[in-house]
Write a protein that binds this ligand. Structure first.
Ligand code: HEC
Length: 106
């Protein structure tokens, strides 16, 4: 019994650790690529809060592809009149990593 509980503890701790590591990698990349100059996870800055973006596209299968293009090329009209400029500092793989991370915010 005691042994089983310990196993559960280890599994839970490992799951938490790997989730935290993933979240940090996304946030670190977003910071390094200047996304956080206009965005925050939980509040609107110049652009929408990432958790609002995640909520808007929840359950939409094509959201990742659409948002990758938008992040790379820029655009406006979805959240307001202010455009997001193109982000030529990121490549497509980085755009996928960033968009996946944005869509995982709650
Ligand atoms: C100069 C400010 C600025 C920077 C830098 C910026 N954004 Fe944005 N972002 C915006 C604005 C403004 C919008 C809202 C555009 C709209 O209404 O269509 C937006 C929208 C978005 C959206 C939602 C798009 C949609 O169509 O719903 C995502 C995802 C996003 N940004 C991710 C990023 C990522 C990732 C980076 C870094 C590579 C980044 N942004 C850098 C200003 C910025």
């Amino acid at each position: 019994m005691k042994r089983n509980l310990m196993m559960v503890g280890v599994v839970v701790a490992t799951a938490f650790a790997s989730q935290a590591a993933m979240a940090d990698a996304g946030l670190d990349l977003a910071k390094a690529k200047n996304c956080m100059a206009c965005h925050a996870v939980a509040s609107k800055v110049v652009g929408p809060a990432y958790k609002d973006v995640a909520a808007k596209y929840a359950g939409q299968k094509d959201a990742e592809g659409k948002l990758v293009t938008k992040v790379m090329k820029g655009g406006s009209g979805v959240w307001g009149a202010i455009p997001m400029p193109a982000n030529p500092q990121i490549n497509e793989a980085e755009a996928h990593t960033l968009v996946k991370w944005v869509l995982s915010q709650k």
